[in-house]
Write a protein that binds this ligand. Structure first.
Ligand SMILES: Nc1ncnc2c1ncn2[C@@H]1O[C@H](COP(=O)(O)OP(=O)(O)O)[C@@H](O)[C@H]1O
Ligand SMILES: O=P(O)(O)OC[C@H]1O[C@](O)(COP(=O)(O)O)[C@@H](O)[C@@H]1O
Length: 315
């Protein structure tokens, strides 16, 4: 990886993960263990890159006590930050993790980003993008910015020649696609929402990825949970899987997949293999802990071209 990666998390969080024996509604649950991590999808991409010796800069709007905590947590990890102060309070997201790997997440909506604050964040991103190899915009949009304003940011980045990656959902994902993002990383639900149809087979996934490419995206990396991932780009179609024997927490797995894919050059079987190794390692770790080189095992990753279109999805 030659250039700098800029990650942008418009709605970051402080992630609190509580390990509980079993989730029972209406009961007092005692947590066996707990972790606090800096959170948000772009933040996690930066953390995963750093854990593997690759520096990036994370752009985050932050406010209130949780905003200060987020900055402290990220600085303690050594993540390079471009923090834009905002009036609202940074959100806290809760994960309840059960021993079988089931996670229940409660994500706050997040603080409103005013027009002036969004303009400040956009300026910081556009300025820093001039020297970036990739700009990676991830996660949900906070309340406030219109989809038109977000689309304009994506379009300006693409017009400036930036390689843009977007990992978001709903209209924000489609904004990245129509702006001509070089890469989008929908998960299964996001892909289904983007094309208006639930994929049941690998053929459905590949068809949906082709639709996003026809609508403007360069490369589509569709993550499919335990079914692995499908990569569709100008070179063709690849599918890969990396089985995990004991899943502990899937939180941040998609962010680790994306980070590994970018770290390995974002093209072809080698990048897909790397992404899958990072994703599988993240699933084996608690909370949203990001894998380090010693957590990675590429020997279990299987990547093949042109998956059988009739193969059903399981997860
Ligand atoms: N249960 C699982 N077993 C094995 N790998 C998994 C599992 N869940 C996720 N992964 C890995 O993590 C990647 C991202 O997970 P996914 O749930 O698709 O994304 P997101 O976290 O964005 O929703 C997958 O492509 C896969 O490589
Ligand atoms: O922006 P969103 O979609 O609310 O997601 C934010 C959450 O996603 C994470 O980045 C983890 O990603 P996943 O839950 O998709 O694996 C958390 O750190 C954070 O709490």
């Amino acid at each position: 990886m030659s250039g700098v990666i800029l990650t942008v998390t418009l709605n970051p969080s402080v992630d609190r993960a509580l390990e509980v024996d079993a989730l029972v509604r209406g009961e007092v649950l005692r947590a066996a263990d707990s972790h606090i991590d800096p959170g948000g999808k772009g933040v996690n991409v930066s953390r995963a890159l750093l854990a593997n010796g690759i520096r990036s800069t994370a752009v985050v709007p932050t406010g209130g006590a949780e905003g200060e905590q987020l900055v402290d947590l990220l600085e303690a990890e050594g993540v390079d930050l471009l923090s834009v102060p905002i009036a609202g309070r940074t959100r806290s997201n809760i994960t309840l993790a059960e021993p079988d790997g089931t996670v229940t997440k409660i994500n706050e909506v997040g603080p409103v980003l005013s027009d002036a604050e969004f303009a400040q964040v956009s300026k910081a991103v556009l300025d820093a993008a001039a020297t970036a190899d990739w700009v990676v915009i991830c996660g949900s949009l906070p309340p406030g910015p219109s989809i038109a304003a977000f689309t304009e940011l994506c379009e300006r980045l693409v017009a400036a020649g930036t390689r843009l990656a977007v990992d978001s959902s709903g209209p924000a994902l489609l904004a990245g696609v129509s702006a001509g993002a070089a890469l989008v990383k929908p998960n299964r639900e996001e892909l289904a929402e983007a094309v208006g149809a639930e994929p049941a087979t690998f053929g459905d996934v590949v068809a949906a990825c082709h639709r996003l490419r026809a609508a403007g995206a360069g490369t589509v990396l569709a993550s499919l949970g335990a079914d692995g991932a499908v990569l569709v780009d100008a070179d063709g179609v690849l599918a890969g899987v990396s089985p995990v024997s004991v899943p502990r927490s899937t939180v941040g797995a998609g962010d680790a997949l994306l980070a590994g894919f970018l770290a390995a050059g974002a093209r072809g079987a080698s990048a897909l293999t790397e992404g899958l190794a990072w994703g599988a390692a993240a699933v084996s770790l608690p909370g949203s802990r990001m894998p380090t080189p010693s957590d990675l095992d590429r020997t279990h990753v299987r990547v093949t071209p042109d998956p059988d279109p009739s193969r059903p999805l399981h997860s």
